[in-house]
Ligand binder design. Sequence first.
Ligand SMILES: C[S@@+](CC[C@H](N)C(=O)[O-])C[C@H]1O[C@@H](n2cnc3c(N)ncnc32)[C@H](O)[C@@H]1O
Length: 218
Amino acid sequence: MNASVRQETGFGDLTVAFDDRVLRPRPWTTAQSFWAAELLRRASGGPVLELCAGVGHIGLLAVAGTERHLVLVDLDGTACDYARDNARAVRPAGSWEVRNGRVEEVLDLDERFVGIIADPPWVPSDATGRFPEDPLTAIDGGSYGMDIAWACLGVAARHLADPGWLLLQLGTRAQADAVHERLSASPELALELMEVREYGDRGVLVHVARSGDRPPPP
Ligand SMILES: C[S@@+](CC[C@H](N)C(=O)[O-])C[C@H]1O[C@@H](n2cnc3c(N)ncnc32)[C@H](O)[C@@H]1O
């Protein structure tokens, strides 16, 4: 078997490294970085969290040019190694850290973030064969594709500051609608769907905000 070869690609005005053991950075996802950067310009001071960060490019582009502390989380050790390399390269004086683990297992109870960027796997398990090039851990979202997305919502409920926002990437409008239904039915999460932006068959971005009238769950 061939050894994986390190490659580089442009992402916005960053250059990021990856190889074929991780998901190749997708150019359209700069939209998530730019939207997050716009929300950050209006946010108070405080750190930013990126869940399911892969090699870290979406979060790194979102905080480029700012002094925000960025916490990058991914389950895959290879992705985390590249995220560290990329952060060192594009943010040499910036403050960042990479945590290797499941989204629900790597945060301390008292950590709060003004913004959370999340890009969980969203393909239903029985449809992952449609994407033979992609690593299974990067795309397999469980029976309905939403297992890790629900975990990210749980993290947002526990760790968003008030005010604060989650910018969640999903695959389809139906998945965004499922988020809306869950938040409407779960006031204890103290989260509210603000806006959905669709990018054809490439994906959707969902803006969720901390609803200010309720305290975050304990
Ligand atoms: C759709 S990929 C996105 C990666 C990156 N944001 C990108 O655009 O290339 C999903 C990522 O989630 C990671 N992942 C899967 N399950 C996870 C979990 N339970 N906790 C944390 N990361 C997870 C995968 O390793 C993969 O890097």
